[in-house]
Design a protein around this ligand. Structure first.
Ligand SMILES: [Zn+2]
Length: 133
């Protein structure tokens, strides 16, 4: 008989490959952030395709990032339309504090950035226009 998984199952939903730095492959996501993201995914009842997860400082600088993705507490989710609005509402309910809205251009390239940062380099709560990918 198979044993019921006891822990770590939430994190497994989002694959390390999707969350890895696009330049060096490092994956330094914050475990509590991934738990929070999985709660949102469950509440949404659908997959949340990850466009960007962890970025090493070199890669983040190269793509003109703010540094949020270097903390392991930020993702960009490919989503548009009513689901994008639903994602923002759901994320706010579950403690996300940074919402980047990239909802112009072709629907396949639209995204929502989510992070749960607070203070210091990253004043929160905050919402901003996120550049499209
Ligand atoms: Zn890298």
């Amino acid at each position: 008989m198979e044993r019921a998984p006891s822990h770590g199952t939430r994190r497994a939903v989002f694959s390390a490959r999707d969350l890895a730095c696009g330049h060096c492959g490092r994956v330094e996501m914050h475990p509590r952030f991934l738990d929070r993201l999985e709660v949102v995914r469950e509440a949404m009842g659908r997959d949340l395709p990850v466009l960007a997860g962890y970025r090493c400082p070199e890669h983040d600088a190269a793509v003109g990032g703010s540094g949020a993705h270097t903390t392991g507490r930020a993702v960009d989710i490919r989503i548009c339309g009513t689901d994008a609005l639903r994602l923002v509402a759901t994320a706010l309910r579950h403690g996300f504090t940074g919402i980047g809205v990239g909802q112009s251009g072709p629907s396949g390239g639209r995204a929502i950035h989510l992070d749960d940062l607070c203070g210091g380099r990253f004043p929160r709560p905050r919402i901003w226009n996120h550049k499209e990918t």
